[in-house]
Design a protein around this ligand. Structure first.
Ligand code: ATP
Length: 239
């Protein structure tokens, strides 16, 4: 990481009742960096995002955003700081139109001019959403719904975008489309923390990655080096 951390997790423990999901997780994210969280099912990747965005209060450890402690602060407070979570499973309002879903994403800004500008950018990034603007979100394909979920998060003007499994359930061609859009966002300087099962795609995009197992980091390195790491290649990349 170059420069000071935008986001830092120190020794985070988190649990769901008796199930310990994170066990001393520490990680950091620099400004403009794209960092991937990899690891098997149940490793704690989603839980890490939930702790950052305030959806789950850790039982131990501290979270800092630009040096300010945000551990245990409410999700709305954390979102107002610009830490925007694009959740696994998209969680769109299926009966509302594409446009209405996007407008809800920009709600925190309370700024119609900014909303128009962000909408313009989202529709340029994902032109298919422009064609479907007045259709209910539930009628979109899985890939289009993922694009809408990312677009909705972008409407909130994220400083850090927390993305949970953007490739989930999508055909390989569509995964590529989504990652091309993420590469454009990276080129624009957006800081992103991406949870992904698709290690190949995630490492193609990310600057650095952490590999989680059983709630802790077992490997952390530059993405380019991890792509050549024999253990990672064997377990996650299937080459
Ligand atoms: P996946 O890719 O399957 O989502 P993950 O790495 O994101 O995996 P988490 O979803 O963070 O993993 O889960 C970490 C651990 O916490 C797992 O043992 C999981 O079963 C458990 N867990 C997650 N959510 C809940 C919940 N709502 N209630 C109880 N246990 C949970």
């Amino acid at each position: 990481m170059v420069g000071p951390a935008v986001l830092e997790l120190h020794e985070i423990n988190a649990a769901y009742g008796a199930i310990r999901a994170l066990r001393g997780l520490s990680l950091a994210l620099g400004a403009g960096e794209v960092v991937a969280l990899l690891g098997p099912n149940g490793a704690g990747k989603t839980t890490a995002l939930r702790v950052i965005s305030g959806l789950l209060r850790p039982t131990h450890g501290r979270v800092f955003y630009k040096g300010m402690e945000i551990t245990g602060r409410p999700p709305a407070f954390i979102a107002r700081l610009g830490l925007i979570h694009c959740p696994e499973g998209r969680q769109l309002f299926k009966n509302l139109t594409v446009r209405e879903n996007l407008i809800l994403g920009g709600y925190r800004l309370q700024d119609p001019a900014r909303e128009r500008q962000n909408m313009e950018q989202v529709l340029t990034l994902f032109p298919i959403l422009k064609e479907r603007l007045h259709q209910p979100a539930g009628l979109l394909s899985g890939g289009q719904q993922q694009m809408l979920a990312i677009g909705r998060a972008l409407m909130a003007d994220p400083e850090v975008l927390l993305l949970d499994e953007p490739s989930l359930g999508l055909a390989p061609r569509v995964v590529e489309e989504v990652f091309e859009a993420l590469a454009q966002l990276k080129a624009q300087g957006l800081t992103m923390l991406i949870v992904e099962q698709n290690a190949e795609m995630a490492l193609g995009l990310a600057d650095r990655a952490y590999v989680l197992e059983a709630g802790r980091v077992v490997l952390a390195d530059a993405a380019a080096r991890l792509r050549e790491n024999p253990d990672l290649v064997r377990i996650y990349l299937g080459r």
